[in-house]
Ligand binder design. Structure first.
Ligand code: ARG
Length: 571
């Protein structure tokens, strides 16, 4: 089926084209009418006309089938109101469409870099954001028909590995594995760092160990691999607890690019981009300056000949463009790394490794704050463990469920609590503009009222319960929509808008565009449900309202699933 939005947009585009080539209309839902068309102003400008005259010209050429009313408003907007017949056709088509009106595009390849925790270090809330946002985007892209290649760019290389390996040897392999496998990554890391800072002999050994690691010494590599494997296994557990789609197969850590780094330097040099500065090899991409207006370097190779974070990312860009054949590359990484990515992309473009045809974006996000609005840390200043947050959320959900009298078994209740807890944590993250900071407030996140994950899950479960209570069958194929009650019409307009909400979320890489839509839909449903009895209504109204309920329930379930949130049918 073609969505309401696409039907209207293509008609407007044809009408615009008959007036002048190449001017595009824009369309949005609006409160004053059902949809509002924009873009007449630009058209009028190019024709040197009064926009209201141009609007009338467009109007005269617009195919008005299914449009009950058009009005030229303000300085040249076109306000469109749909007929009930048109909405009825759309809703009936939606009933038969598993994709709820979303067109499947022929797949592009999207490489999405997300999560990216560091070996032998706890995942912090920043990694939570990257994981949750990246996974939601991956799900939306896949649903649209794209091929997603997830890249978990795990930090598994660099100087700290000298001390980490030496610490592992001091502990003994078994002991070290035991500590890492229970996810005690932070105390392992801290102990290593403490020795490194206080014990000169240890520091010396650590330095020598880095050299062995970089030289490819087999035993050293084996020890390093233990650290990597134990950490990756631990990350996999966190992903399972969060219900994200990342698997160990998506881990392509920094070390993967080691063999490509020499080539990066060689080719940058051949392109005449490399400059020696203070012993380091740098590129000064155009347009980047510090506060004093001096050009900023991207350090590709340090003075000790070591390669850093930037070199690895340059190699990764090349790999993703030429080997993975990416059409799009997303980097879901915190906002403080914005300049790093801008510079890496600029250098890659200058070197000819990143064609303009490839969309390449840093999907930046803000911080997670504690209740005091400062960085979210434990009282002693430590990273808060992601899994313990989830556990706490699960316990609260479980306690809330236990208070309700229900005949759910304890196992079922616990499973449901897990689903609610994940929804709470993920939704809180995905429902704010990702660029903004947000306060981690478990009480608010887990509430069944308000703009929360559990609220949307509950709205869905309530809908499913209507269908459990059906006394006589309902046949979607003979259902039609008269939309006599204003609340029915409002709900219908919400339902047909799902494809554009998803499109908006994808275009802006902002999952909150989708979550905001779902919340709005749930509210439209609530108003409808208050005004319009469903099971008690006489036919054909009962069938019509069941049709609206069915579509609302499916839209909520699909929308939530694209955010990585489950929609249980009973709560
Ligand atoms: N490991 C890094 C960190 O913890 C994030 C890596 C992001 N991805 C990348 N391609 N640089 O901050």
């Amino acid at each position: 089926m073609t969505s309401t939005y696409d039907v209207l947009l293509s008609r407007l585009t044809s009408a615009f084209d008959t007036v002048s080539e190449g001017a595009d209309p824009a369309l949005r839902t609006s409160d004053r009418s059902d949809y509002q068309a924009n873009g007449v102003m630009a058209l009028a400008k190019s024709r040197g006309e009064n926009p209201r005259d141009t609007a009338r010209l467009v109007l005269a050429r617009l195919d008005l089938a299914g449009i009950a009313e058009v009005e030229v408003a303000g300085p040249g907007f076109l306000n469109l109101t749909l007929t009930t017949d048109f909405l009825n056709d759309q809703l009936r088509a939606l009933l038969g469409d598993e994709r709820l009106g979303v067109a499947r595009r022929s797949g592009r390849v999207a490489v999405i870099d997300y999560s990216a925790p560091n070996v032998a270090k706890e995942m912090h809330v920043g990694h939570l954001r990257s994981t949750v946002i990246g996974d939601a985007l991956a799900r939306m892209y896949r649903f649209r028909g794209d091929t997603v290649i997830a890249r978990n760019h795990v930090g598994d290389w660099g100087t700290p590995f000298g001390m980490l390996i030496e610490h592992l040897l001091d502990l003994g392999e078994d002991e070290a594995i035991a500590s890492l496998s229970i996810g005690d990554l932070d105390s392992f890391y801290r102990a290593a760092r403490q020795k490194f800072e206080s014990d000169d002999a240890f520091k010396e050994r650590s330095r020598a160990r880095v050299v062995l690691l970089q030289g490819g010494d087999r035993e050293t590599r084996r020890l390093w691999q233990i650290l990597v494997d134990e950490s990756v296994a631990y990350f996999a557990e966190v992903y399972r607890a969060l219900d994200v789609t990342l698997t160990p197969a998506d881990v392509v850590g920094e070390s993967y690019y080691n063999d490509m780094l020499e080539g990066v330097v060689r080719d940058l040099d051949a392109a005449g981009l490399l400059v020696e500065s203070g012993g380091a090899l740098c590129v000064f991409p155009e347009g980047f300056t510090n506060r004093d207006g001096e050009p900023l370097p991207l350090i590709v190779q340090k003075s000790d000949e070591g390669f850093g974070y930037a070199a690895t990312d340059l190699a990764a860009v090349r790999d993703r463009v030429s080997n993975l054949r990416a059409d799009e590359m997303l980097y879901v990484v915190g906002a403080p790394q914005g300049q790093h990515f801008e510079m890496v992309f600029a250098v890659a473009r200058a070197a000819g490794w990143l064609p303009d045809s490839v969309r390449c974006e840093h999907v930046a996000f803000g911080n997670v704050l504690g209740p005091d609005r400062k960085m979210f840390k434990t009282r002693s200043g430590e990273t808060i463990k992601l899994v313990s947050l989830l556990e706490e959320a699960t316990q609260r959900a479980d306690a809330a469920l236990a208070l309700r009298s229900s005949n759910m078994s304890e196992d079922d209740r616990h499973h449901l609590a897990t689903q609610i807890a994940r929804a709470a944590v993920k939704y809180a993250d995905l429902s704010t503009d990702r660029q903004r900071d947000y306060v981690f407030d478990l009480d608010r996140m887990i509430a069944f009222e308000g703009d929360t994950g559990p609220y949307l899950q509950y709205a869905h479960a309530r809908l499913r319960s209507i269908f459990r209570r059906l006394e006589s069958p309902w046949d979607p194929s003979t259902t039609s929509f008269a939309l006599a009650d204003p609340a029915e019409r409002e709900l219908a307009l919400g339902l047909v808008a799902f494809p554009e909400a998803l499109a908006a979320a994808l275009a802006s890489l902002q999952p909150h565009r989708l979550s905001g839509y779902l919340f709005d839909l749930a509210q439209r449903f609530t108003s409808f449900y208050e005004a319009c009895p469903v099971l008690a209504a006489a036919e054909p109204t009962r069938s019509e309202r069941l049709g609206l309920c069915e579509l609302t329930s499916r839209t909520l379930a699909l929308g939530l699933s694209l955010l990585g949130i489950e929609a249980p049918s009973q709560m």
